[in-house]
Write a protein that binds this ligand. Sequence first.
Ligand code: RAM
Length: 359
Amino acid sequence: MRAHKLLAVAMSLALVTAACGDDDDTSTDDDSASGEGGAGEAVTIEGGDGMNSILLPKCTGIAVFDQANEGAQEAAEELGADDPEFLGPSTCEDPTGQIDTMTNAATQGVDAVMISNNAGEQIQSGVDAATDADVAVVSWDSPIPSGEGESLFVAQVDFDETGVVMADMALEIMGEDGGQFAVLSASPDAANQNAWIEALETALEDEKYASLELVDTVYGNDDADESYNQALALVDSHPDIELIMAPTTVGIAAAGKAMTDEGLCEQVKVSGLGLPDEMREYTESGCAPQFALWSFVDLGYLTYYATYGIATGQMEAAEGQTFTAGRMGEYTMERDPTRDAGLRVVMGPFTVYTEENIG
Ligand code: RAM
């Protein structure tokens, strides 16, 4: 519902802008970057400037990152700017590729790097090198844990809520009598998954979930084969688990396939964060009765708009800064309550998929 409202706002703003022509009252370079410590006035991000940027996914070959790239390209086109260079390591297993790309951006005339961080705190040296060279660093999907050097985190959803959403899905799938379940995650240095698992553990402390026992967390490195093997290994090492919770689109699809191939779906269900196209078969079969996600196309689109606004000096990265990002409407930067420091905008919403809406 919120998305619809935002869309309506975006459309009416677009009409107003079109009716007013160019000399409306939106901010320019001069009046938005007030430099007075607080946020500048509300800004409608507009095109006209160039931006040499890199969209840095955790690794290439993952459908949702391609979708984010599509969204970023859509935004670039609307703004008349260059497409971002989609540049990621070929595997999610090794964080050094991301660190190198970030570090090298400092010497390559790049204006902005948009990163989904797969290197945990190890990314910091690269971020520091980039920001020292005036490269704007904006994270999306997976933040810089310290918040240092990062202008803004474009959060897909609230990270604490992600823990509650997973706990609720586990309870609903396993039933009131609960039981054992395990987490199949992405890479051990993925800042987003690590935060979500922590949020899940915190959520589980609530009496409501007392019957749920999280027995293990394993890592499939966002690699389909490795995740498949890890899912099977979980069932071997914990014969009583009733659910594999995978907060990764790669992991959840691999777990669905592994349980299906081995005829285990009656004993072990699968849930987590998944891409509907990759999960349909397992949801329709009852193997993965429910899972959640958000739009990665929108996440890429919003990330590009926000980054463009910051890198071209149209707005500040400051608490309270409000901006309009094309078709997605208005957002306000706030302190990220799920980290010790850092700013975020929250996109949302979560969609929970079941057999009712998977079609
Ligand atoms: C995988 C990636 C990504 C995460 C999704 C849910 O595609 O790990 O970072 O947001 O899963």
